[in-house]
Design a binder for this molecule. Structure first.
Ligand SMILES: [Zn+2]
Length: 181
């Protein structure tokens, strides 16, 4: 199983590299890697396992974060009525809303061992094309936290960290195109 020892931290150049497309169909090894990434997320959200193995809770993980510069991500977000459970190869945002959104509490990252305060602007809704673990092409339409998480993970495939998006002058400025309430 993956533990925090496997997680690459900021400062490692792999987090700033553009990751390679995965050739379809994926190899057995690539599929196993994606399964392990998903398993890490599930373990990290289980209080007992997380405590035992000292895992920081995460809802998303990109392959560069475990030292593999390939376009592979896992997202695991249990909600009341459904679980957003995605293991994807070559995810790509094919369209998005004009409306933006952000998390009130800012974002965190398993590769960043510090708090970085500020709002991270994200598209409120995204349509993502990807290949699932079996190498089948799929399209996802996401909003809310799953949309934010998938944008955070796809950014990792392009060498982008969440704090790159934070307004330098005023980290808590409401981003453009966010509805005011
Ligand atoms: Zn991250």
């Amino acid at each position: 199983m993956l533990t925090m020892d496997d997680i690459v931290r900021e400062g490692n150049p792999i987090l700033r590299a553009v990751a390679q497309e995965v050739v379809m169909p994926p190899t057995h090894e690539e599929k196993e890697t994606l399964k392990k990434m998903r398993e890490f997320l599930i373990n990290s959200q289980d209080d007992e396992i997380a405590e035992k193995y000292k895992l920081r809770a995460g809802i998303g993980l990109a392959a560069p974060q475990i030292g593999i510069s390939k376009r592979m991500i896992a997202v695991y977000i249990p909600e009341e009525d459904k679980i957003h459970d995605y293991t994807l190869f070559n995810p790509k945002i094919i369209s998005h809303s004009v409306e933006n959104t952000y998390l009130e509490g800012g974002e965190g990252c398993l590769s960043v061992d510090r708090e970085v305060p500020g709002y991270v602007p994200r598209h409120a809704r995204v349509k993502v094309k990807a290949y699932n673990i079996d190498g089948k092409e799929i399209t996802l339409k996401l909003k809310g936290l799953p949309a934010i998480a998938i944008q955070h993970e796809i950014d990792h495939l392009d060498g982008i960290m969440f704090y790159d998006h934070i307004n330098k002058e005023n980290p808590f400025a409401i981003p453009d195109h966010c509805p005011t309430n």
